[in-house]
Design a protein. Structure first.
Lengths: 179, 280
């Protein structure tokens, strides 16, 4: 505890005192002086904490992407125990998927799956598609997964006019080659 | 043995490269085709290479000093740095895509410097045909995207092909390229009477049914085709904004974002008609 936090608590207590009135405050103070009150308070607060924790893990409050993320992480952790090389490869692949440096859209993901003969993706969003996609890869033998993963080219590719102008006007390269 | 089709028109801007790349994708990955396709970019403007590769991949090829179509034409040429040589006929072939069904798209990329080859034509026109003979058993289809001017590149493309596909944009200036092609083919048949080269047909590209200008251009083209006994495709490649968009995304129309299914099916019909014409 530091002085600032204690002062903030005092301000909050003063606000509550004004909100509930001095009578309710005195009654609570007398109740808390009784020995059995402490156990009762601990039980009530623990029950509240459990409820809050449960809510934060419920499907309604967790985003699809977040659930997919934790699902992939759990999957890769368990895969690491049996097939560490594949787990490592898929972890790197998954990081690239997360950063969208490969297969940045759901359409790219679907095309990639079709080109490589993997299980078709029925998910309606990229976030939702990643977990079944990684699960499918994890279920296949390493010698099949390896070329598939390596075949996913980095999609952050330059196709700009400026890029082409750079290639066409690259005097340095052209003069070197003409020699 | 591969079926070899050159896309040619003596007029530029009729959509040869776009059509070449879309046909390559179609036969390698669309439906049940799963064909092994080699694209030869024979145009110094290297649009087909740009479409397929993008800047990053194209630069990698140049920086690594990998051979391109330029090396094919310049092999045997003496330069101050030594004689240009090709290690083997596979050296300039770049593996672009592999598909699960067995289809592939490979590319012999082009480069601006190919234009220099035209300054010293020598007897280079047979070099490409020799390379194609060396690899044709490994492919089902070889598509050659030709340059829109009469040169040794045109002769090289004729010598390397079984079939010609002539895309024509149904507009006044584009139709003028057709009589030039008639002359070019007549010259070739005279100089190389033993080479069997057939015309798969004339296909209207970027047709939008704009009347009367387009109708007039189509009628002119049909007239020229009839007098030369050329086949005109019953299906036309309809105009779609998805084609230039696809070129920017490096994807064919069937994979371009938000392309309309009607346009995808329209292209499919054209590709299927070509397949029938060349017995693919």
């Amino acid at each position: 505890m530091n002085e600032k936090r204690e002062f903030d608590l005092l301000v909050d207590v003063a606000r509550l005192l004004r909100r509930y009135g001095p009578e309710a405050f005195d009654a609570l103070a007398n109740y808390l002086k009784r020995p059995e009150a402490a156990d009762r308070i601990v039980a009530v607060l623990s029950a509240s904490a459990r409820t809050v924790r449960g809510l934060s893990l419920s499907p309604r409050s967790a985003g699809q992407g977040e659930r997919s993320r934790s699902g992939v992480e759990r999957l890769l952790l368990s895969l690491e125990k049996t097939e560490p090389e594949k787990a490592q490869m898929l972890a790197t692949f998954y990081q690239k998927l997360q950063s969208k440096s490969i297969l940045p859209s759901l359409r790219d993901l679907r095309s990639f799956v079709a080109d490589n003969g993997l299980a078709p993706i029925s998910a309606k969003s990229r976030d939702k598609a990643i977990l079944p996609f990684i699960k499918d890869l994890a279920s296949r033998p390493l010698d099949i997964v390896k070329p598939v993963v390596e075949g996913a080219r980095e999609t952050v590719q330059d196709r700009t006019l400026e890029g082409w102008a750079g290639v066409i006007l690259d005097e340095k390269r052209r003069s070197k080659e003409q020699k | 043995m591969a079926t070899k089709v050159s896309l040619i028109n003596m007029k530029g801007g009729v959509g040869k490269s776009t059509l070449t790349v879309n046909l390559a994708w179609h036969f390698a990955s669309y439906g049940d085709w799963n064909k092994k396709v080699l694209v030869v970019d024979l145009d110094p403007q290297f649009n087909a290479s740009q479409y397929l590769l993008g800047v990053t991949e194209y630069e990698k090829i140049l920086k690594a000093g990998k051979p391109t179509i330029w090396d094919v034409f310049e092999q045997g040429t003496r330069t101050p740095g030594g004689t240009v040589s090709l290690a083997d006929c596979h050296a300039p072939i770049h593996v672009h895509r592999k598909f699960h069904g067995g289809g592939v798209i490979h590319l012999i990329p082009s480069r601006l410097e190919l234009a220099f080859s035209l300054k010293n034509p020598g007897s280079k026109e047979r070099h490409l045909a020799r390379l194609v003979r060396g690899v044709e058993d490994e492919y089902d289809l070889i598509l050659i995207d030709c340059a829109p001017t009469e040169s040794i590149l045109t002769t090289a493309c004729y010598l390397s092909s079984d079939w010609l596909l002539v895309p024509v944009k149904p507009e006044y200036l584009s139709t003028i390229g057709l009589p030039l092609l008639v002359n070019s083919m007549a010259d070739f048949h005279r100089d190389y009477p033993d080479h069997k080269l057939q015309l798969a047909g004339v296909v209207f590209n970027a047709a939008s049914d704009y009347y009367p200008e387009e109708a007039l251009a189509k009628a002119t083209v049909r007239g020229i085709a009839k007098s030369n006994k050329w086949y005109v495709f019953t299906n036309e490649v309809e105009y779609s904004r998805s084609y230039p968009k696809g070129a920017r995304e490096g994807l064919p129309i069937h994979r371009t974002s938000y392309s309309r299914w009607s346009k995808v099916h329209n292209f499919e019909a054209v590709a299927e008609e070509l397949a029938q014409r060349v017995s693919l």
